[in-house]
Design a protein around this ligand. Structure first.
Ligand SMILES: [Zn+2]
Length: 220
């Protein structure tokens, strides 16, 4: 890590060239991972444009985008008051309403399959398997889809992945919890791939997990 970053009076967004002032939201883009040298600053507006463009190009949804899409959905479709939120977020929601609602709708679909997984696998037998095991990392394969399970402090994460796309579910290990209350913890996949992977795994009769020391997941 280098020195703490300080804005100058002349600091500009590398993309739109607008001045970035104290209190503005911006990102620092580094030249590479190691040197700590700064390539450019990017204002929140341009950062958001880039991220939405990346989504449009690949349709890959990451956790940050998924969360933002649900916030936007809340403001547009429920009682949220758009006037109550900061101007940058409001501009983002308005400008990319269609993309954000598309993402929210897609991840709602994923949530439905996660619920099915919880009902058909987690609650009936996997939770017991987890609670009976001393190991914290477990793995199962369904064809080429890898299913990893890891947890601590009452929370268990189950990640389903294929190639470089993954989606992570979160459940409680509480024995008395018999109705589904889990959800999506993270995603780095297109909605189509995430849904397909989850459906494939969920349609298995029984998942055969085995302890796997190498399985350690961040995020708890
Ligand atoms: Zn900019």
């Amino acid at each position: 890590m280098g020195k703490a970053f300080e804005l100058k009076a002349t600091s500009k967004c590398g993309t739109c060239k607008n001045l970035i002032k104290e209190g503005d939201i911006f990102d620092i883009i580094y030249k590479d991972d190691d040197s700590g040298k700064i390539k450019q600053l990017i204002c929140d507006n341009c950062d958001v444009d880039d991220r939405i463009q990346a989504y449009r190009d690949t349709k890959v949804v990451n956790s940050k985008l998924s969360l933002e899409a649900h916030m936007a959905q809340y403001y547009f479709e429920q009682d949220g008051d758009l006037k109550q939120i900061r101007a940058e977020a409001r501009r983002f929601y308005m400008k990319y309403k269609k993309d954000l609602l598309e993402i929210a709708e897609g991840t709602d679909k994923i949530k439905g399959v996660i619920r099915e997984f919880e009902t058909n696998h987690w609650i009936p037998y996997l939770k017991k398997y987890w609670n009976d095991s001393k190991e914290r990392g477990h793995e199962a394969m369904v064809g080429k889809i890898k299913v990893l399970m890891w947890g601590c402090a009452g929370r268990v994460l189950v990640t389903v992945s294929f190639d470089d796309q993954s989606v992570t579910m979160i459940f409680t290990d509480e024995k008395s919890q018999l109705t589904p209350n889990g959800g999506q913890q993270g995603i780095d996949a297109t909605v189509v791939v995430a849904t397909k992977m989850l459906e494939t795994v969920t349609s298995e009769k029984k998942l055969e997990f085995h302890p796997e020391e190498a399985v350690k997941l961040a995020g708890l």
